[in-house]
Design a protein around this ligand. Sequence first.
Ligand SMILES: *[C@@H]1O[C@H](CO)[C@@H](O)[C@H](O)[C@H]1NC(C)=O
Ligand SMILES: *[C@@H]1O[C@H](CO)[C@@H](O)[C@H](O)[C@H]1NC(C)=O
Ligand SMILES: *[C@@H]1O[C@H](CO)[C@@H](O)[C@H](O)[C@H]1NC(C)=O
Length: 630
Amino acid sequence: MRSGWYNNLSLIFGVKIRHNWFLLCFICILALVALLSSSSTSNREFDSLVPPRLPNVYTNYRKLKEQSVIDYFDLRFLTSVTNSRLKELPLCWKERENYVPCYNVSANLEIELKDGEEFDRHCELLRNEEKCLVRPPKEYKIPLRWPAGRDVIWSGNVKITKDQFLSSGSMTKRMMLLEENQIAFHNDDGLIFDGVKDYTRQLAESIGLGSDSDFLQAGVQNVLDIGCGFGSFGAHLVSLKLLPVCIAAYEVTGSQVQLALERGLPAMLGNFISRQLPYPSLSFDMVHCAQCGIDWDGKDGMFIIEVDRLLRPGGYFVLTSPVIRPQGSLLAIKKGNMLTPVEDFTQRICWSLLDQQDETFIWQKTADGHCYTTRSQGLPLCQDEHESQSYYGPLVKCISGTHSKRWMPLRNRCNGSQLTLEELEVHGKYYSIYAGVQHGEFYEEREIWKSSLRNYWSLITPLIFSDHPKRPGDEDPLPPYNMVRNVMDMNAYYGGFNAALVDGKKSAWVMNVVPVGTRNTLPLILDQGFAGVLHDWCEPFPTYPRSYDMLHASGLFSFLSLEKCSMMDLFLEMDRILRPEGWVILSDNVGAIEMARMHATQIRWEARVIDPQNGSDERILVCQKPFLRK
Ligand SMILES: *[C@@H]1O[C@H](CO)[C@@H](O)[C@H](O)[C@H]1NC(C)=O
Ligand SMILES: *[C@@H]1O[C@H](CO)[C@@H](O)[C@H](O)[C@H]1NC(C)=O
Ligand SMILES: *[C@@H]1O[C@H](CO)[C@@H](O)[C@H](O)[C@H]1NC(C)=O
């Protein structure tokens, strides 16, 4: 009975349709069903280590969509156009245009946080906030598509003024020219002699490579770029098929993270003033800091220990800084002169200084896990994995990862990011112990996502929301490969959605989020050469508004415990981080999807429920955020 209703009615609840009293009652019943079914599933998923929910495979998709449109027209007669009883949320005040929750410096100062901790993320101070939709600035324009959007952005979209830009004294300034309402970045025109290309080539030479196109061959793919300026270094690394992720502290104006994301480069807010970054140990092949503002001498070397934790064995730390020591310090070391604290510390943790060019230092982390114990002044090893990686845990004073089965030197990444079967064999032991990942399951997920992505790609077209949709048919062009650039998978499992986008040659990068409380598959995601982060979805995500073109979540809403999180807050947060005209694709069981659809309506998203009609209770919700100005 219940499933019959859904099959027939699932497609009619777009926000454009207003409901009469009959539908209102119906919605109340749905809400009840949603509450009951999702709370029971969430408990079940919390308690056991069952394999994650896999998305539906459904065939004959075009035909299905056509049938749905017919149902939709039939059912329109049932619904009279009256005012919606679901209250739509108002837009926030203008002051909230660039609102990032959890980063309120004045509130942090009030509770006497100091020594830089006032710039940290403090979600515990988040109050019961006014429920409103963060609006775009008045001059906001939809960003240009990749790759054009990498080099030209709308100046009204980022909070940076012409004066700020002109007064910034950085080296990269010369790469940025202001043209009317656009900011253009010129990386590749070769006009700048001492530009990013030369810098990168120099780095490659310092680690013994012929050119910067050899980085992948040397195993350098995942790069953590601390403080990315205007993103020029990151943009160049992307052109070399590397994956740089920019992190920087929250900045009220001229934010580096906002700028990078606007250009379609991976970035998120993050610092390690007092707490670890939300990445597991042994995650990055290179950590890069060019005048990134961190006092590496400070805190008894805790910052350097955090970098050591994040680096893979044999990984590189690049520090470009005018303050570390006058030129010729290599010579000074050889003469046995006093070492700076940084140099002293890197020796204690078994890093070797590979090269120094002008103000740029390059160290390599040891690939030999025994080295640490042989140093007389060495640091203790962390006793267990939990000590060395927890969600925003305190900085530790011990060496991480030496006991890990992932303690493996950098590997050749020439064949792209996908793990081969052999590589998975090597990693297999670790993953099956740590995250319960099985080979078969991993490859099955891959295949399922490949076909799901093809279906999703035909869904992300405004056609689906039109009141008078053209009959979908084979002649409809599919959205172009560069329809979306910044994608977030809110519940990434093994990164299969990311792998499908790569496989389908879409021009997207994915922030793979592994929710706290699910199996920690993040190491597997990072080892595939993808970007990822641990995150608790009961808290806001550390990014600026309007960061992502697409949010994807499979099985997330039936997982999240209703008692702990407010679903409305989560939807508001999704709305905040989504660009106007951005897409949301959720797949889950009927109850969770119906609940999601109601929230989507309240925050004014265009929303459609799709029933794959294969007899399961799986549903897909496709939403588009409208471009609201007033
Ligand atoms: C529908 O798809 C899901 C996911 O692949 C699958 O588990 C389920 O068995 C399918 N149902 C039917 C009736 O084929
Ligand atoms: C930041 O905190 C201060 C002091 O607690 C408060 O008055 C202000 O409204 C907060 N700002 C935001 C944007 O929440
Ligand atoms: C890369 O792929 C080629 C051909 O597919 C293969 O011969 C080669 O061994 C691979 N290299 C690595 C490092 O996996």
